[in-house]
Write a protein that binds this ligand. Structure first.
Ligand SMILES: [Zn+2]
Length: 193
């Protein structure tokens, strides 16, 4: 029996990955649409009209979908795409939006920058995740160590600082809230694409 269109109690819509057929909340997957000329496009907002094809946010599923013609089957039409270029586009789009939303989250108090202050948020129960700059040194990453919340790689220190309107920033805490949830969702999806 298909559970694809079932809604969980939380009201989360679920979709199936066209490659590995895993069913998961739609917002944890990547949605793609087919342009009129057949080009497969990443639908970052998951709101483009027409049929969508969903994939796990994982390079492996993208590669399987490319090799086995899953996109053409899902859209029931010929498609044009370059799997590698598509992966790069997905990653860049998610990272760019995460940067923009980090700035917004900071403005509304859903983001605490700076390692010491950020890590103090973890035990409060109000912290969703810790974001660390992708170019943070290995030593610093090791010092942060295991956390009771997810630790997600983000943009580099310069970009993270720029997004927050301050100098280079290596560590931020995301506090509970709608915007920081979006940042977390985008960073989680971008890490394995
Ligand atoms: Zn999959």
């Amino acid at each position: 029996m298909s559970k694809v269109s079932e809604r969980k109690e939380s009201g989360e819509t679920e979709r199936m990955c066209i490659a590995c057929r895993t069913v998961a909340p739609a917002k944890s997957l990547l949605r793609f649409v087919r342009a009129n000329d057949g080009e497969v496009l990443f639908d970052a907002k998951a709101s483009a009209p027409g049929r969508g094809a969903y994939l796990c946010a994982d390079a492996a599923c993208l590669s399987v979908a490319a090799k086995r013609g899953h996109f053409a089957r899902a859209f029931e039409a010929p498609v044009v795409f370059d799997a590698q270029a598509l992966a790069i586009q997905v990653k860049a789009t998610l990272m760019k939006r995460a940067e923009e939303n980090l700035g917004l989250a900071f403005k509304v108090g859903q983001c605490v920058p700076g390692r010491t202050k950020a890590l103090l948020q973890v035990p409060t129960g109000n912290c969703l995740a810790i974001v660390i700059a992708e170019d943070l040194t290995e030593n610093s990453v090791r010092e942060i160590g295991e956390m009771t919340v997810p630790v997600l790689p983000g943009p580099d220190k310069a970009k993270m600082g720029h997004a927050l309107g301050r100098g280079e920033t290596g560590v931020v805490a995301l506090l509970k809230g709608r915007i920081s949830e979006q940042v977390m969702c985008d960073l989680q999806r971008s890490r394995r694409v």
